[in-house]
Design a protein around this ligand. Sequence first.
Ligand code: 5GP
Ligand code: MN
Length: 318
Amino acid sequence: MEWNLLDECKDAKRIGISGHIRPDGDCVCACLSMCMYLRKCLPKAQVKVFLEKPADIFRELKGFDEIDSEFGDEEPFDVFFVMDCGADRIGDAEKYFRDAKKKINIDHHVTNKGCEGLNHIVPDVGATCELIYDMIDPGMLDRDLAMALYVGIIHDTGIFQYSNTTPATMERGAKLISYGFDFPRLIQETFYQKSYIQSNIMGRALLESIRFMDGRCVVSCVDRKTMQFYDAEPDDLDGIVNQLRNIRGVDCAIFMYQTGVLEYKVSLRTSESVDAAEVASFFGGGGHARAAGCTMRGTFHDCVNNLSLHIEKQLRNS
Ligand code: 5GP
Ligand code: MN
């Protein structure tokens, strides 16, 4: 790395941190752990996290209650961090980034081409929290910080299962659990546990899923009416695409939910036969080789038709 985290922040009075819209575990934990670390190392600086309201499962993490989801007017920040995405995906926080005196982007998405300012983008690393782990002074690690980094890592590696898990990921995880937090409970409560309603919608999405391309693809969609019926938020749909991916014979799982009239948020999970980031990028989204997403316009059938053209091409070549 060509620059040093604390050197870049040492004169800053006000530091802002943000991550992507619809923040996932790695994103929330990357923002909170960076905030904890900077507050600890630079006690005179004011450090603030801005994120769309994160899921309540992360409430135990230190600093969760102070997350600003209002995005009000702020004086320009001396340093502004964009975590786990590029500056084009931070929603209402974009104005803080634009006005900041110094901009720093830390991410692990292969589709992030970097932004103005300082970048640390390493696509081969499983989680943004792993990058943070490597940047910080190990002497400053404590139980709260270790817990946040650990939760970020487990969320993006599927509890050390996905192909983005490396020996270094496990070593970081090993060091982190030595801080003595209750990791089996955290895994259960933040990753596996679902509410009754969430389980109902997942059951319905699985039941209504459709296989095509000889069973190598599966798609399911939750429309607005269904979301309203269950009083479900987008967070409540987490995990459905992974469950679709678990179906035997499936190389590409597609899960969509409706975000507007003729508009859908699409999630892709793939085997090594399909590059999900490439497919999602074509439709203006991005992500990783095995997990990516985008927003698409059109009817459900339009979206599936357009996606399947790209998926089929890759499946034929594999
Ligand atoms: P998910 O399907 O869980 O929403 O996202 C899977 C991965 O793709 C995550 O790393 C997420 O950050 C990324 N991703 C999802 N949707 C988009 C999108 O619209 N644009 C970009 N650039 N990345 C996305
Ligand atoms: Mn991530």
